[in-house]
Design a protein around this ligand. Structure first.
Ligand code: MN
Length: 281
């Protein structure tokens, strides 16, 4: 198959905002992008050395119709749900939560040695999976395959496959690729990508170059038209997330914590939550 290198378009700079009980965060992909990154609905980067920026956390709240992927780089996140499940995500851990029919949970960030840094990604579910039972994949940091590159740098394969290495998370119907990549200065990386898949790169430290354009920390770029992604670094190192997945091409109606296909289904979700049956299967 001929190789075609993807172009960089739609550069977005994350916006500082707050959510939950006053948690300060950087919102990169948001509902205002109107599903331009289908199936990725939302991407938040949270991190602060100031406890006041996040101590309120995200108290009890519902979700229906999609998946949330929480990845901690530093610090911890205490998770509790309506079934009494409790989990403590620590540095490097991932929680892949398929909310589907309904989850009510709280997410409380905690510093470790004064540090907190992480990401939450929302991935849409196809219409025929939105009302299935919810489930979790809790991924401990040590079980995430890591590839050390020849001249420095590493790739953590959280989901999908890279260089014939299977990532920690499999079996998701949007076929997500979730890589956390660290490159040294003057390094290059190519990543094969399904030509049909949506692909984005989010730089969280340093800077890199794709398609002769610079992408800096706090910026996300979309990569279109091709089956390979080509990334280089110049004088700086770079740390970034590379995310790709199969677009659903279905109507999206999102209201707060619910993402469905129609207005009626959203109204049903609010009614179910009010009546205490959101999580009742
Ligand atoms: Mn949540």
């Amino acid at each position: 198959m001929t190789e075609k290198t993807r172009q960089l378009v739609n550069i977005i700079t994350g916006q500082t905002t707050s959510d939950g009980a006053g948690v300060k965060l950087k919102r990169v992909i948001s509902p205002q992008h109107k599903n331009a990154f289908d199936p990725f609905l939302l991407l938040d980067e949270f991190g602060s050395d100031e406890p006041a920026d996040y101590l309120g956390g995200f108290p009890s709240h519902p979700h229906r119709g999609f998946e949330t992927v929480t990845y901690m780089l530093k610090g911890a996140m205490l998770h509790r749900d309506h079934l009494g499940n409790e989990g403590h995500l620590r540095a490097g851990d991932v929680q892949w939560m398929t909310a589907a029919h309904g989850i009510i949970h709280s997410e409380m960030p905690e510093q470790e040695n004064g540090l907190l840094h992480g990401f939450q990604l929302w991935i849409n579910l196809p219409a025929n999976e939105k009302m299935k039972p919810p489930h979790y994949q809790d991924i401990a940091a040590v079980t995430i395959p890591q590839l050390d590159l020849a001249n420095g740098g590493t790739i953590k394969i959280i989901a999908g496959e890279y260089s014939s290495i299977q990532g920690a998370v499999q079996g998701v119907s949007t076929q997500p690729l979730y890589l956390d990549v660290s490159l040294s200065p003057q390094q290059s990386l190519t990543v094969p990508i399904d030509a049909q898949h949506t692909a984005v790169v989010y730089v969280y430290q340093g800077e890199l170059v794709i398609d002769n354009k610079v992408l800096q920390a706090g910026q996300l770029g979309q990569l279109i038209n091709g089956n390979v992604i080509s990334i280089v670094t110049q004088t700086q190192s770079a740390q970034f997330l590379l995310l790709a997945a199969l677009p659903l091409n279905e109507p999206v109606v999102q209201s707060g914590p619910f993402v469905m296909n129609t207005v009626e289904e959203i109204e049903q979700a609010f009614r179910d939550y009010r009546n205490g049956v959101l999580t009742l299967l």
